[in-house]
Design a protein around this ligand. Structure first.
Ligand code: NAP
Length: 466
């Protein structure tokens, strides 16, 4: 038989997850002309692109234009997409290992972190993940309802997801209608009675995890004033020293400058207010059968450098609210047949090779399930390059395992034909895409997203003339 990685014996790789990390891994795998690689990409949703479709805020269309890069990868000979196929439910990892030389896990971190405080599970206390998926038309979340009749929403966390959520709560109908926000969310958000969005950061303005453009945008909302109490902008000694030192990155330093400018503004009396609070942690979420208030503890900061930590001073304050959105980061879920680091919520790996010390041959990880939920979309390109370099090293070293069953492209199709006959191919996705874009055209919108899996499968079949 020809050497593995040559035209007659291509390296066959399964990628689990079709978000940025999965697509960058596919690109790095398929680009080198000297090695023949075939990629089959699986996603539990009928649609590809992961968080670019279901995470990126609808009012950030430029960020979504990265899809054009992924489309080029998808157009490469030897690339196939199998949407609507959940590895761990429809196919096991072992079944993939029987058919592919390598399996690359790129399935992200879908579960939200917990605060671990009383009342966290009261009705009205929701994860930002749920809200983001809802306004982005994720089929599993389309039927969720958010009670936006309350005057005040409390968003917990100081990362870019919290910023996205705060902005989405403050966009007027006219601006929502220029986006691909799910129709159900446009209706609910346009009818919202929310007048104040309070964003709680447990540490100070110098430690906020927002990036500069996301902070700036909060001060440029047409319908909402940005409010920061100048008292909360007074940096403690350790934070001041850090911001003034060379150790502090430009993002944190610039954030402090922007927040300071915000704190000096006089509100213009816009319909809504976005209030940024610092050094505040929710201590309990309370109410009679549903959320009515958040009890917040005042924090003080101690430590040095970027390791400055918050601790409770014992001071308390109560904020009346009917809706709490918890935006404090994510963790991954384990997959049967793959090692898992329960404490970190990710797949243990060394530079992308699954396992610590001893690697599981043929298994690799990339993206958030490899390094945790950090960085922006582009961060995954470098991350994928690192993982793919390990794949090629292993190919070179002859340590890539030979699959038990013939590594034949038809084998997985036969299996899926039995298990998931309605799976969506890349051609099927192109038909869904065309239907969504066509529905948006007369409305001047980039697309009107289909929200149910059934509709998507029907659009995919109609496009294929089935
Ligand atoms: P993140 O950036 O890690 O922010 C999480 C926030 O939650 C931090 O402010 C953190 O505070 C806070 N937090 C954690 N545990 C907490 C607790 N128990 N109580 C109170 N606060 C707590 O996470 P993210 O916002 O989910 O974003 C994930 C990644 O996606 C980030 O890399 C982000 O930049 C990226 N993203 C980018 C964009 C964009 O580019 N526009 C949009 C969305 C997301 P501490 O700092 O004190 O831990």
């Amino acid at each position: 038989m020809s050497a593995l990685g040559t035209e007659n014996n291509p390296l066959r790789v399964a990628i689990v997850g079709s978000g940025p990390a999965g697509f960058y891994a596919a690109e790095h795998l398929m680009k080198p002309e000297e090695t023949a690689v075939e990629v089959d990409m699986f996603d539990r949703l009928p649609t590809p692109f992961g968080l670019v479709r279901a995470g990126v805020a609808p009012d950030h269309p430029k960020i979504k234009s990265v899809i054009r890069v992924y489309e080029k990868t998808a157009a490469r000979e030897g690339f196939r997409f199998f949407g609507g196929v959940e590895v761990g439910r429809d196919l096991s990892v072992d079944e993939l290992r029987e058919r592919y030389h390598c399996v690359v896990f790129a399935y992200g971190t879908a579960t939200d972190n917990k605060l671990g405080i009383p009342g966290e599970d009261l009705p009205g206390s929701r994860s930002a993940t749920e809200f983001v998926n809802w306004y982005n038309a994720h089929p599993d979340f389309a039927d969720r309802e958010f009670d936006l009749s309350h005057e005040r929403v409390v968003v917990i966390g100081n990362g870019n997801v919290a910023a996205d959520v705060a902005r989405m709560l403050a966009l007027p109908r006219s601006e929502l209608e220029e986006t691909d926000t799910a129709d159900h969310a446009i209706e609910a958000l346009a009818a919202s009675g929310v007048r104040e969005i309070v964003v709680l950061g447990r540490r100070g303005p110098a430690q906020a995890a927002f990036t500069n453009p996301e902070v700036r945008e909060l001060g440029e909302m047409t319908q909402a004033d940005i409010v920061i109490d100048p008292e909360e902008m007074k940096l403690d000694g350790a934070s001041r020293a850090w911001v003034d030192s060379e150790d502090c990155g430009p993002t944190n330093r610039r954030n402090v400058e922007i927040f300071t400018e915000f704190s000096q503004r006089d509100p213009e009396g816009k319909l809504q207010r976005i209030v940024l609070r610092f050094c505040c942690s929710p201590v309990s979420i309370e109410g009679d059968g549903r959320v009515e208030r958040v009890v917040v503890g005042r924090n003080e900061l101690a430590g040095d450098g970027d390791r400055i930590k918050a601790s409770d001073t014992g001071d308390r304050e109560t904020i009346e609210t009917g809706l709490v959105l918890r935006s404090i980061g994510y963790r991954g879920e384990p997959l049967d047949g793959v090692p898992f680091d329960e404490s970190r919520g990710l797949i243990p790996n060394e530079a992308g090779r699954v396992g610590k010390g001893e690697h599981v041959r043929g298994l690799y990880a990339v993206g958030w399930i490899k390094r945790g939920p950090s960085g922006v979309i582009g961060t995954n390109k470098k991350d994928a390059a690192e993982t793919v370099a390990r794949v090629f090293e292993d190919l070179e070293a002859g340590t890539v395992p030979e699959p038990e069953l013939a590594s034949d492209p038809a084998s997985i199709e036969a299996l899926l034909g039995e298990r998931v006959p309605d799976h969506v191919t890349y051609e099927g996705w192109k038909a869904i895409d065309a239907a969504e874009v066509a529905a948006g055209e007369p409305l001047g919108r980039p697309r009107v997203k289909l929200v149910s899996t059934e509709e998507m499968v029907a659009a995919a079949k109609a496009g294929a003339g089935v």
